[in-house]
Design a protein around this ligand. Structure first.
Ligand code: PLP
Length: 358
């Protein structure tokens, strides 16, 4: 079967096979990696190697810490304002979909979370024109969502926000192509799309932001404490960290992020071209320049066919194509672990379905 789930999503088969082979006896320890102390030498080595691989893949410059945290991206919607802003400070949010909206909502109890740009009027099916953004040079940071998983809207460049630190929720596009980390103050991502299992959050944070006082809070919420303790302030998600390390290793064997970027662009083009060539049977609701390479929502010309499309696609081994209710129709998520072959099979299925039901 080919899995097009938006998340938790397909992981590379090679990673899963390796994890399976090592499940009962990791690294000759006689135990599963899940059963070992995070303070033991072997796990510490695993953790450090995973971080090194991630740094290499993304070209993380000096002056940034890499953290392996928990709580999901949602918890960090709240924790980021707690750490980067003091009571009464404001931060700017560029909102291009469901997750950006939620980030504003979760920040609001702590700071003045200003919506400095939004495509709500376009039902989040486009990006807000830059000339309408009302960025405040005194903001504590600017937050945006480079890829909106539900609406299928993606920025294809990094917005210039001047000297204000840029904070990016890269949950659904991290590691999908090369990115210039130096343009960001903070990058964070829930792992369950392009990295590993849910329950792990990877964060890359610039030292000057770590040094911010933020607001009064318990240690467990403070990023500087996590950094000072190498992400082992408390027991980390060891299993998630292990799988993330395997995924990073797999990405290196695949040629790194430049190679992934090319593959992902080709996969997305295959699917968007299929809509164009379907004579109106399938269409993308998203504005052309805002279309995501990772999450591709699409509708059938007659929604009465949706149930048949889902039943027949699932029977053909094409999983999780049902769209989110906010957009309707279908959605195919094309993360790193989804190969070109899966997209080719999907496109062939779609063509046959259109012939049969057209
Ligand atoms: N941000 C984006 C872009 C997402 O796609 C998701 C979905 O999983 C989240 C945040 C929420 O992540 P979590 O469920 O890990 O809190």
């Amino acid at each position: 079967a080919w899995n097009f789930s938006a998340g938790p999503a397909a992981l590379p088969e090679a990673v899963l096979k390796r994890a399976q082979a090592e499940m009962l006896d990791w690294n000759g320890s006689g135990a599963s990696v899940m059963e070992l102390s995070h303070r033991g030498k072997a796990f510490m080595q695993l953790a450090a190697t995973a971080e090194e691989r991630l740094r290499r893949l993304l070209g993380v410059p000096v002056g940034y810490k890499v953290l392996f945290l928990q709580g999901g991206a949602t918890q960090h919607f709240a924790q980021i304002p707690m750490n980067l802003a003091a009571d009464g400070d404001s931060a700017d949010y560029i909102v291009t979909g469901h997750w950006g909206e939620k980030a504003v909502r979760e920040a609001a109890p702590y700071i003045n979370a200003r919506v400095a740009g939004t495509s709500e009027a376009a039902h989040y099916l486009d990006l807000p024109p830059r000339e309408r953004w009302t960025l405040d040079p005194a903001a504590s940071y600017v937050h945006y969502t480079p890829n909106e998983t539900i609406h299928g809207v993606e920025f294809h460049d990094v917005p210039d926000v001047g000297d204000v630190p840029l904070v990016a929720d890269m949950s659904s596009n991290i590691l999908s192509e090369p990115v210039d980390v130096a343009k960001f103050g903070l990058i964070y991502a829930g792992a369950q799309k392009n990295i590993g299992p849910s329950g792990l959050v990877v964060m890359i944070i610039r030292d000057d932001l770590l040094a911010r006082k933020g607001r009064p809070m318990a240690k467990i919420f403070r990023y500087a404490e996590h950094a000072a303790n190498d992400s082992m302030l408390n027991t980390p998600n060891t299993w998630g960290w292990y799988l993330a390390g395997l995924t990073f290793e797999w990405l290196e064997t695949q040629g790194g992020l430049a190679a992934m970027g090319e593959r992902n662009a080709r996969k997305a083009k295959t699917l968007y071209d299929a809509f164009e060539n379907s004579g109106g049977f399938y269409r993308s609701p998203v504005a052309v320049n805002a279309r995501s390479r990772m999450n591709v929502p699409f509708t059938l010309h007659d929604s009465a066919l949706d149930a048949a499309f889902l039943a027949e696609s699932e029977a053909a081994g094409l999983l999780a194509l049902k769209g989110h209710k906010a957009v309707g129709g279908m959605r195919a998520s094309l993360y790193n672990a989804v190969p070109q072959e899966a997209v080719d099979v999907l496109v062939n299925f779609m063509r046959d379905f259109a012939t049969k039901h057209g």
